[in-house]
Design a protein around this ligand. Structure first.
Ligand code: GLA
Length: 388
């Protein structure tokens, strides 16, 4: 599948710029097994890069100007490197403007590029196509101009670019896009950025994503609001437990004991955060021990927390998870990523994947009149150069 994408991008570049690209870069989207909304709270997360990617073809433009073509959108833009300001329309260009802005403000010396890109990561489905865009573009500039930026720092600069665009996100998406490894999930300590690879072995179960096809227009403001509520909660916790530096240092009892001192929404956000932190540790052990039933159970619990305490679900995602709970061939399901739409991630008994896809498609259409899409997940490598 990716060969077709790479050939298409390469051919488009040659037609547009009458030259063979100097570098071709592949940058993946990500899934997350468990550990949602805790990357920006110093928690652990358990994501992986996937085999759905953005392919970029690059050459130096030998000037201060860059010309960037998004094949799938049939759009392009030109940018002078000294002129990285945000636009309200064509939001996709802001991720690239954000990258240029970050490199400039960190003192990196580089010139313009000609670039063409195309993607098979579904947009707005919670698979982090924006992280793939930032990290792939950064990776390309790093290669072309020998900027000597380490992979983890590409992730951190990508995260800063996303902040510049307006989402105050954590590090999970960019880190996964850059550091992913085939058939491995990563347990990332978002406090220190230490990480370990664990085998992505789900025994008799396959990972299937159901895409609700729902996109929340207020995603950015709702996401940023959750972050502020967590900060408010942590400040209250710190006041009563001065030895607490972050959510990692506190337990659920401490949070429960402060219920009357917090606004209700803030209390619920904090309760979710501390519970989710301990679920990730248990889930990673369950995966290592081959106890996929326990992992699935924890995924259901995460969904419950995301829906009731963190309030980032929606009717469509809740229905998909409720249906999964009643289904004998699915042992775990939850909304994945930031929420308010996008995908659920499901552990489906091998041999029953197609049956589940068509059953869920029909039930979902009956309930909401919306087409349900499904994706088989293969865990792939992080951002890399394509060597022809
Ligand atoms: C988005 C953000 C991530 C993370 C998830 C929720 O994908 O970009 O940093 O917070 O939501 O886990």
């Amino acid at each position: 599948m990716n060969d077709i994408l790479i050939n298409k991008t390469n051919a488009f570049f040659q037609k547009a710029f009458h030259a063979v690209p100097e570098k071709i870069v592949l940058s993946p989207g990500r899934i997350n097994i468990i550990g949602e909304h805790i990357d920006y709270n110093d928690g652990y997360v358990l994501p992986a890069a996937i085999d759905k990617i953005i392919c970029f073809a690059f050459e130096k433009s030998n000037s201060n100007k860059s010309r960037i073509i998004a094949i799938d959108l049939d759009e392009e833009f030109e940018i002078d490197l000294d002129d990285a300001v945000q636009l309200n329309d064509r939001v996709w260009t802001n991720y690239i403007r954000g990258v240029i802005h970050q490199l400039k403000s960190n003192g990196f010396k580089f010139q313009g590029v000609n670039c063409v890109f195309s993607s098979n990561i579904p947009l707005g489905s919670g698979l982090s196509s924006s992280a793939a865009l930032e990290c792939g573009f950064l990776f390309g500039l790093n290669e072309l101009f020998n900027l000597d930026i380490k992979p983890v720092d590409i992730g951190l600069l990508g995260q800063k670019a996303e902040h510049w665009v307006g989402i105050n996100c954590g590090i999970m998406d960019q880190f996964s896009s850059v550091m992913g490894l085939e058939n491995k999930v990563m347990k990332i300590d978002c406090r220190t950025l230490d990480f370990e690879y664990h085998d992505a072995n789900f025994n008799d179960y396959s990972l299937i994503l159901f895409d609700s096809n729902v996109k929340h227009s207020l995603f950015t403001s709702a996401y940023n609001k959750r972050r502020e509520e967590c900060e408010e909660g942590l400040a209250i916790i710190k006041k009563h437990f001065p030895e607490t530096n972050s959510f990692r240092d506190c337990n659920v009892q401490q949070v429960l004991g402060l219920q009357n001192l917090m606004p209700e929404a803030v209390f619920k956000r904090c309760r979710f955060v501390v519970n989710e932190m301990s679920r990730v540790i248990q889930a990673c052990e369950a995966l290592d021990n081959g106890d996929i039933e326990l992992l699935g159970q924890l995924m259901f619990e995460t969904h419950e927390g995301l829906s009731k305490d963190y309030e980032v679900s929606c009717a469509e995602l809740d229905l998909l998870v409720d249906l999964a709970k009643k289904e004998q061939y699915i042992i775990g399901s939850r909304l994945m990523g930031g929420g308010f739409g996008g995908c659920t991630i499901n552990l489906v008994k091998k041999g029953h994947e197609e049956e589940m896809k068509s059953k869920f498609r029909a039930l979902y259409f009956d309930a909401f009149g919306i087409e349900l899409k499904s994706y088989d997940v293969k865990i792939g490598n992080g951002t890399s150069l394509y060597i022809q």
